[in-house]
Ligand binder design. Structure first.
Ligand code: C5P
Length: 414
């Protein structure tokens, strides 16, 4: 099986119309590591997700990021001292601590982690940590050796025991020139992580299998038959299921999307490869969402060499049927719920009802693709068709739609 990870055109799912972070008050604490330079973008992305953001810098952070830039993207003055009389008069540090729903420290240096672990309150940020009842989340970032040091790891353990949420640093090239563990994840990933913490864990402990994207059926080494599918709906479902606590396996044909973090990702090309992957991962699945646009036919014999034009003659390709993956899943004994998708250009509900019977699935999620709607769009509208009737999910951003679909399915099926 082709195990390529498709990693082209970073596309984030966090610019959602309605994020689970919508309306949250986030106190962004920034400590003095080089990753602090990314926090202007982080503050901007948090604001785009519908949050109110206020920033607090440690003394060290002021050397890495400009308070003016942070103020420009958040629209509020940045705090960095306990002894700023004007700022304290406008909103005291205790009021600031009470204001926050979430206190996010990104980057959290080894020094800040040590001070938090020991309950110190020797600057504004650490004082706020002690004075707040908000959820505390940290994204540690530092040199790899400092991260692995027994003192840092012991502090990390203490902070986790106290219920502080930790976004682990990533491996990659560090500012010190080494390739090691210690990088702060990109702002988009931090926002996704926070959004995940804000979503109710409706699928906790459940296994969700999702097929997404098109399949590609080769004709010869340079030509293929494929379906129009961006994969956006399937990837949004995978991200939402993961955010709701599920163990997610995403099996995808070639797309331009970056797989959501925290899911088992299997890249495939053809329908038969997708079928093999589904068979390999199906056992124990509680919910399968077959969002892939699987090619119904493949070329009987893939040409080993590029096909050449034969004068004026037309070319005849013999196509044979691909296995119906979702019908196979629906026919398995003792299975979880299996849901197919239907993209139709006309008679949407009637065709979906026929598909429900024909494939033996529990429900069909139908969307209209008349006049190009649905394809490669950021938004979508879906109808859940089952023997219980039809439930409409109105037109909205695919990532928010995915959350609505999974919430609805959780209340119906689990
Ligand atoms: O049969 P049709 O393509 O109209 O049905 C669409 C639904 O069936 C989608 O859920 C799609 O993922 C699934 N399907 C499949 N295997 C196929 C064809 C479609 O799983 N070979």
């Amino acid at each position: 099986m082709d195990a390529t990870i498709y990693n082209v055109n970073m596309e984030t799912l966090t610019d959602r119309q309605t994020s689970p972070l919508q309306g949250q008050r986030i106190l962004l604490g920034i400590s003095g590591g080089i990753a602090a330079y990314k926090t202007v973008d982080l503050a901007r992305k948090l604001a785009q997700a519908g949050t109110q953001v206020r920033c607090v810098l440690t003394e060290g952070a002021t050397h890495f990021v400009s308070a003016t830039a942070l103020q420009a993207v958040t629209g509020v003055a940045v705090r960095h001292s306990l002894w700023d009389e004007a700022a304290e008069a406008a909103m005291s540090h205790i009021e600031l601590a009470r204001w926050a729903d979430t206190l996010l420290i990104a980057p959290a240096t080894a020094d800040v982690m040590a001070r938090l672990a020991h309950g110190m309150a020797n600057d504004l940020l650490t004082t706020l940590v002690l004075a707040t009842q908000a959820k505390i989340c940290i994204a540690p970032a530092m040199n790899g050796q400092m991260w692995r040091h027994a003192a840092t790891q012991a502090n990390l353990g203490l902070l986790q025991q106290r219920g502080i949420e930790v976004l682990m640093p990533e491996s990659g090239s560090l500012a010190c020139g080494e390739v090691d563990t210690g990088r702060m994840p990109e702002p988009a990933s931090i926002v996704d992580w926070l959004a995940g913490l804000a979503v109710p864990p409706l699928w906790q402990g459940k296994k969700v299998l999702i097929t997404a994207g098109p399949t590609v059926e080769d004709i010869d080494p340079v030509r293929f038959i494929a379906n129009r599918s961006s994969g956006k709906m399937g990837y949004a479902l995978a991200q939402a299921a993961r955010e709701m606590g599920a163990e997610v396996c995403l099996i995808s044909g070639p797309t331009q999307l970056t797989p959501p973090t925290g899911v088992t990702f299997v890249a495939v090309r053809s329908a038969r490869e997708m079928f093999d992957a589904v068979q390999a991962h199906f056992v124990g699945t509680d919910l399968m969402l077959a969002a892939a646009a699987v090619a119904d036919y493949r070329v009987e014999q893939i040409a080993e060499q590029k096909l050449k034009k034969q004068g004026e003659q037309s070319l005849t390709l013999t196509l044979v049927q691909n296995p119906d993956i979702v019908a196979w899943a629906a026919a398995q004994p003792n299975r979880g719920k299996v849901i197919a998708f239907a993209a139709e250009t006309e008679n949407l509900i009637t065709h979906a009802q026929a598909k429900l019977q024909r494939k033996g699935v529990d429900a069909v999620l139908a969307n209209s693709v008349a006049d190009g709607a649905g394809f490669d769009q950021a938004q979508n509208q879906l109808f859940l068709v089952s023997t219980q009737g039809v439930h409409e999910f109105p037109l909205t951003h695919k990532s928010y739609l995915a959350q609505q679909v999974l919430s609805h399915l959780a209340s119906t099926y689990s």
